[in-house]
Design a protein around this ligand. Structure first.
Ligand code: SF4
Length: 139
């Protein structure tokens, strides 16, 4: 099986604060499979570290008020291109990210409030017919 995965789940230090989201359950799932790691925010041209962002009324904004929607959408489009080329059987993405979150994301108020809904990359891959699951659903 071929699995596309958020690179931070594999321990790559691509998270906004320069850290990662190493996830042992995801690593176990990946073992023995062909793996395609992606970080949409880096693919969209954003630096690491970077100011954290949330989706505010449909537009991705940093905590300090910069509109980064274009970079986030570019990263999502880059991931879709990779997915169309690689044809993964499954996509596993990091929870709650404004790019990668599948089940939930923050509400745009930067108060730690979660709402149902996906990040922009997860949304695009789901809409395009890929099977996408949230890392929190990997046991
Ligand atoms: S954009 Fe996705 S892959 Fe990149 S650090 Fe954020 S959650 Fe991880």
């Amino acid at each position: 099986m071929k699995i596309m995965v958020s690179a931070c789940l594999m321990g790559e230090n691509c998270r906004y604060d320069g850290g990662n989201n190493l996830n042992d359950d995801v690593l176990r799932m990946l073992a023995g499979n062909e793996v395609v790691p992606v970080c949409p925010e880096q693919l969209g041209g954003l630096p690491t570290p970077r100011v954290p962002s949330e989706i505010c009324d449909g537009v991705v904004m940093t905590r300090d008020g910069t509109d980064v929607d274009r970079e986030f959408r570019a990263g999502a489009a880059a991931c879709l291109n990779i997915a169309m080329r690689e044809k993964p059987d499954l996509v596993v993405l990091q929870s709650r990210s404004p790019s990668c979150g599948v089940n939930q994301r923050y509400d745009g108020t930067f108060t730690g409030t979660l709402v149902r809904g996906s990040g922009v990359t997860a949304q695009l891959l789901l809409q395009s017919g890929f099977t996408v699951i949230d890392a929190e659903d990997v046991q």
